[in-house]
Design a protein around this ligand. Structure first.
Ligand SMILES: [Mn+2]
Length: 428
C-alpha cells in the first residue's frame, strides 16, 4: 500500500519544515520524504486539498509512513486499543479510525475502556454509528486470555487515565503505538509515537492520516461515512465547536466534510442531558466559590454513569462573567466494584494558563511518580483514586465526613495556586 500525498505535484519531495516554537525535534532540517509520491487517486479529486501549512503536512506524511511500517511489522496480530476510562468523542472516533486502518493489515483491534460512556452525546455517538467500543471491567479482564493479544495501542491518552493499563502491562503486552495530543505525560516505550500537544484534537491527527492515504474513505461505504461523522464530532467537541480550532483542524474538518453525514451528526448533538446531570450542574452552581477569577466547585458524590456531568458543569461555570477558569470535582462511585475515585475537570479561557501545568502543579504525583492528571489546550482533567477509603457509604455520617475531607484537601491545593499569598494551610 502506498501513501497518497496531498501536496501540489510540482512541489519537490524534499520539503522544508518551518520551525515551530512548540516542538524541538521536528523542525530545522528538511524532511526527506523517502519514497516517491504517487499521483493522487482521481476519485478523491484532491487538487483542492493541498495544505498551506507545510509543517503539519510533512509531519503527517512522515508519521503516516512510520505508522504504516509499524503496522506492516505486525500483520495478522490481535491488538487492544485502550481508551481513557471515560472515553470522549475524540478518543472514540480516533480509535475507530485506527481500527479501520489496521484492519487493512489484517490486524484485529478491539477498542476497550474501563469506565463508562457517560456524556449523553457519547452514548448517542456509539449507538447511532455502531461504534465498536467495549467496556472491560476488572471482571472482564479476569475472564480474558490476555496472551492472545500481541500488542496494545493508546489513543487520545497516554495510559494515565486508564485503569486497564497496569493489567495490560502486567501481562507483558508490548505497547505498539501512542497517538495523542495531550502533553507528554512520561517517556513511553512504544514502537510508534505521535504525540502532538499543539494539535487541538486527536481526530485531526487521524484525519491527516486518512488524507495522506492510510485509509481511502469511500462515501458509498456506510461505515466510512459513520466514521467520518464520528471524527467530525470528535474534532468539534475537542475544539469547543471549532472555536478553538486552528488551521490544521479546519483543514481536517474540510476534508471530513466530503464524507460525513450532517444529519447523523445533528442527531448525535441533539442528545439531551439527563435529570441527574442537570442536578450535578445545579450543585456546582450552588457550591461554587469564585476567587481571583477562578470558580471552584465540589459537587459531592455522583454515580459512575453521570461522571461526565463534571466537565459539563465546568463548561458552564467558566461562562460566568469575571471567571476565566473553572474547576469542578466530585467523588464518582461505581456500585458494582465498590470503587471510588475523585474526578475533576478544569476549563479555562485564559490563554496563559496551561491546564496541564496547573493540574500537575496543584496535585503533584502519586507514590509511583504518576501525575493525577493533565491537560491539553484550555481543558484538563484529574483522577485521584481513593483506594482504602473507597466504599462504606451506607453510613451517611461517614460518607459526609469523607467528602468534606476530600473537598477541603482539593480546595486547599487549588487555592494555593489561585491565591498564592494567603496560604490556606497556615494555621491561625
Ligand atoms: Mn482529545
Amino acid at each position: 500500500m502506498q501513501l497518497n500525498s496531498s501536496f501540489k505535484q510540482s512541489e519537490k519531495l524534499s520539503l522544508k519544515t518551518e520551525p515551530h516554537p512548540e516542538d524541538g525535534e521536528i523542525d530545522k532540517e528538511a524532511v526527506e520524504v523517502p519514497f516517491t509520491r504517487p499521483s493522487l487517486p482521481p476519485s478523491t479529486g484532491d487538487s483542492v486539498t493541498f495544505y498551506t501549512n507545510q509543517r503539519s503536512n510533512s509531519l503527517a506524511f512522515q508519521k503516516s509512513e512510520e505508522l504504516q511500517k509499524t503496522l506492516l511489522a505486525h500483520q495478522h496480530e490481535r491488538h487492544l486499543i485502550i481508551l481513557q476510562d471515560f472515553p470522549d468523542p475524540d478518543a472514540l472516533s480516533s480509535a475507530w479510525t485506527y481500527q479501520l486502518i489496521a484492519q487493512q493489515y489484517d490486524i484485529k483491534c478491539e477498542i476497550i475502556y474501563a469506565g463508562t460512556l457517560s456524556h449523553q452525546e457519547n452514548i448517542a455517538l456509539v449507538k447511532l454509528t455502531n461504534l465498536p467500543a467495549q467496556r472491560w471491567t476488572q471482571q472482564t479482564l479476569k475472564s480474558k486470555d490476555l496472551s492472545s493479544y500481541q500488542g496494545f495501542v493508546l489513543i487520545d491518552n497516554q495510559g494515565t487515565t486508564s485503569q486497564l493499563l497496569s493489567c495490560i502491562q502486567h501481562a507483558n503486552i508490548p505497547l505498539i503505538a501512542v497517538i495523542d495530543h495531550h502533553s507528554l505525560q512520561a517517556e513511553l516505550k512504544s514502537e510508534f509515537v505521535d504525540v502532538r500537544p499543539y494539535v487541538r484534537a486527536t481526530a485531526t491527527i487521524f484525519t491527516q492520516y486518512l488524507q495522506v492515504g492510510l485509509l481511502t474513505l469511500d462515501s458509498s461505504i456506510a461505515q466510512h461515512v459513520k466514521c467520518a461523522t464520528a471524527l467530525m464530532h470528535g474534532l468539534r467537541s475537542d475544539t469547543n465547536r471549532l472555536m478553538q480550532a486552528q488551521e490544521e483542524d479546519f483543514m481536517a474538518a474540510a476534508y471530513l466534510s466530503r464524507f460525513y453525514d450532517a444529519q447523523l451528526l445533528n442527531a448525535i448533538l441533539q442528545a439531551n442531558r439527563s435529570k441527574r446531570v442537570m442536578d450535578v450542574i445545579e450543585r456546582s452552581l450552588k457550591n461554587r466559590i469564585v476567587q481571583n477569577n477562578f470558580s471552584i466547585a465540589g459537587v459531592g458524590y455522583l454515580r459512575y454513569d453521570d461522571r461526565d456531568a463534571i466537565p459539563q458543569a465546568a463548561d458552564f461555570l467558566v461562562t460566568e462573567e469575571n471567571v476565566h477558569t473553572a474547576v469542578v470535582y466530585g467523588i464518582v462511585h461505581d456500585e458494582d466494584d465498590e470503587l471510588e475515585v475523585v474526578i475533576g475537570s478544569l476549563r479555562t479561557t485564559k490563554l496563559t494558563l496551561d491546564p496541564d501545568e496547573f493540574i500537575k502543579e496543584a496535585f503533584g504525583q502519586d507514590s509511583t511518580g504518576r501525575f493525577f492528571g493533565g491537560g491539553r489546550t484550555s481543558a484538563g482533567g484529574f483522577e485521584i483514586p481513593m483506594g482504602f477509603l473507597s466504599g462504606s457509604n451506607e453510613n451517611s455520617a461517614y460518607a459526609k465526613m469523607k467528602w468534606e475531607v476530600f473537598d477541603t484537601q482539593i480546595k486547599q491545593k487549588l487555592l494555593r495556586l489561585v491565591n498564592p499569598k494567603d496560604n490556606p494551610i497556615q494555621s491561625e
